[in-house]
Design a protein. Structure first.
Lengths: 116, 113
């Protein structure tokens, strides 16, 4: 079956702009979580959605937001981009909650965002 | 503060040799610990998931151990192959804020022929 699909794979934005990233989870998965990965900070949890509701949120400013649609597809938005937002943004899907130990999280290939 | 520390940061070994990667965490309360392999430019892939009651879990040539008392985990790679070259990330689930995922900084492993 198809894996987690993220679009776009690469994008370049200017400081102050906003960006929307898209994630299509594995069919049947209801949980979608988002992560930021940078060389300096490593992987950091952004938020998790389950059945269109945000269930967990990491320590990121309000400029980072997301939503999940009824078909489980999810979008992540970053407004007023800063240079420090340059990162690999990873989306992951799972059948149930991301933290559930009986539950494998499957990651997409990520969206590489460069802010100039 | 919930933290996950991995060591070493990077490691170079010869093909066929074994190696052990370390993960120490302060996440409390603890739910589970996962090891992921991430190839350069790709998303992480799950290797093992362990709960409080599990001491060891294997996935092929990868064996993870967990000591929940000392809050330490290790990932042992046996008979390394060139394809093992990747970053290995330790992830701990738990904490007071509703089972957050806390990631270690990863160990970058390079296997040389």
């Amino acid at each position: 079956k198809a894996g987690v699909t993220q679009t776009p794979r690469y994008l370049i934005k200017t400081r102050g702009q906003q960006v929307t990233l898209s994630c299509s989870p594995i069919s049947g998965h209801r949980s979608v979580s988002w992560y930021q990965q940078t060389p300096g900070q490593g992987l950091q949890f952004l938020f998790e959605y389950f059945s269109e509701t945000q269930r967990n949120k990491g320590n990121f400013p309000g400029r980072f937001s997301g939503r999940q649609f009824s078909n489980s597809r999810s979008e992540m938005n970053v407004s007023t981009l800063e240079l420090g937002d340059s990162a690999l943004y990873l989306c992951a899907s799972s059948l149930v909650a991301a933290w559930d130990p009986g539950n494998t999280i499957y990651f997409g290939e990520g969206s590489w965002l460069t802010v100039v | 503060k919930n933290q996950v520390e991995q060591s070493p940061q990077s490691l170079i070994i010869l093909e066929g040799k074994n190696c052990t990667l370390q993960c120490n965490y302060t996440v409390s309360p603890f739910s589970n610990l996962r090891w992921y392999k991430q190839d350069t430019g790709r998303g992480p892939v799950s290797l093992t998931i362990m709960t409080f009651s599990e001491n060891t879990k294997s996935n092929g040539r990868y064996t993870a151990t967990l000591d929940a008392d000392t809050k330490q985990s290790s990932l042992h790679i046996t008979a390394s192959q060139l394809s093992d070259s990747a970053s290995y990330i330790c992830v701990v689930s738990g904490g007071n804020a509703g089972n957050m995922l806390t990631f270690g900084g990863g160990t970058r492993l390079m296997v040389k022929p």
